[in-house]
Design a protein around this ligand. Structure first.
Ligand code: NAD
Ligand code: MG
Length: 379
């Protein structure tokens, strides 16, 4: 019998982290935990550590080191805190590192893990948006493997498993269209935070839920796909598919299309990454094909979703443009969630940041990416 897979889960207290741990909970015979991390929610992290008994836990915000240590004293679990510790633990060899931190905060551990040649199950799309030009060659050089968890990219990854790169004609990501798919542009000007957080199909963390409402998410995902699948903008597209049953499609030169279907539950793509190269079963709902199943498709209205258009413009442009897009969007979404700006201001802020450009910092290294990201946020 094979031994257990040793895992580290970065962003363990989040939405993807929780889905990951629910699968691990179902399979105690298959997985053992090396490390769990969280930003500041030491209470949830302590609970998870008590349940899963990892070798170590990392709390990114050092202010919570003491209460976390107190909660875990006597359990033989190493408690660490701070950014340096997060990066250090990312280099500790495991069978799979699940990268489920949200935003560019997740880049540092992913970068260290890539340098250390780890197998990485990647949910944290912002890392590839901002640093795909460095991560992909570094992964190749260091023998790191990236298994996409983002549902659309996982779908494409599955469709391409037995295919030749040269036969691919088009890669298409699907989008639910979010909560405002049916609204007019005028109606969308004054939507509330609560409305924007009500995703019709997926239950996710707040940032990606707002990104789905603006459809910036699909734009970020096109950039993510460009890096993961080594495709130019002309080979990539996204379409609205309100049922979120098909997650991605690949067209081939002979006119065949392959698509992956699955219910809108992140355990589908996460289980694929956890089980890879095998499949991992789990208990839950599935399609009921004895009932009528509808699959609709429609183009994305770039005027109605300016964030999508902005990201599409950046696709295939410079790394600096992608870093600006990502940083400005993260800032704008945080401001919207704090009630400081309106929904329509998100795209305006991103557009202005892109128009202002960079101050000459070239994103030639990991350090330069971080520096440029900081500069955009400080503006
Ligand atoms: P979330 O907000 O639910 O969880 C984020 C996790 O990251 C938490 O554990 C939090 O403690 C940690 N974190 C936040 N800021 C941090 C910081 N500065 N330093 C260290 N840790 C920090 O987010 P989520 O919805 O689980 O999304 C995680 C990532 O996966 C995002 O990049 C998102 O785009 C991507 N993703 C999510 C889903 C989904 O269904 N939720 C689907 C596809 C892709
Ligand atoms: Mg997705």
């Amino acid at each position: 019998m094979m031994g257990k897979k040793r895992l580290s889960v970065f962003g363990a207290t989040g939405s993807v982290g929780s889905s990951t741990l629910s699968l691990i909970r179902e399979h105690p015979d298959k997985f053992a935990l090396h490390a769990l991390s969280a930003n500041s929610d030491y209470h949830s992290l302590a609970q998870l550590a008590q349940e899963f008994q990892p070798s170590c836990v990392v709390i990114a915000d050092e202010a919570f080191y003491t209460p976390l240590s107190e909660r875990l004293s006597g359990l033989g679990i190493t408690v660490l805190a701070g950014q340096k510790a997060l990066e250090e633990v990312a280099t500790q060899k495991v069978d799979l590192l699940v990268a489920a931190i949200v935003g560019l905060a997740g880049l540092a551990p992913v970068w260290r893990a890539v340098e250390a040649g780890q197998n990485i199950a990647l949910a944290n799309k912002e890392t590839l948006v901002a640093a795909g030009h460095l991560i992909m060659p570094a992964a190749e050089k260091n023998g790191a493997t990236l298994l996409p968890i983002d549902s659309e990219h996982n779908a494409i990854f599955q469709c391409l498993r037995y295919e030749n790169q040269a036969d691919i004609k088009k890669i298409i990501l699907t989008a639910s269209g979010g909560p405002f798919r049916e609204m007019s542009i005028a109606e969308m000007q004054n939507v509330t935070i609560e409305q924007a957080l009500l995703h019709p199909n997926w239950s996710m963390g707040p940032k990606v839920t707002i990104d789905s409402a603006t459809m910036m998410n699909k734009g970020l995902e096109l950039i993510e796909a460009a890096w993961l699948f080594d495709r130019g903008a002309e080979k990539l597209d996204a379409i609205i598919h309100p049922q979120s049953s098909i997650h991605g499609l690949v067209g081939f030169k002979d006119g065949s299309w392959l698509a992956q279907l699955g219910i809108a539950d992140m355990r589908v793509p996460i289980s694929y990454a956890l089980g890879w190269p095998d499949r991992l079963g789990w208990q839950g709902q599935d399609f009921d094909f004895s009932q009528a199943l509808q699959l609709d498709f429609a183009p994305i209205d770039g005027q109605k979703f300016p964030c999508f258009s902005l990201a599409k413009q950046v696709l295939g442009q410079s790394a600096e443009q992608a870093i600006i897009l990502n940083a400005a969007n993260e800032m704008a979404v945080a401001q919207f969630l704090a009630g400081e700006i309106g929904f329509a201001d998100i795209s305006t802020i991103v557009e202005r940041a892109l128009a202002a450009g960079d101050s000459g910092i070239k994103a030639h290294s990991y350090e330069a990416v971080i520096a440029l990201d900081r500069e955009i946020r400080q503006r």
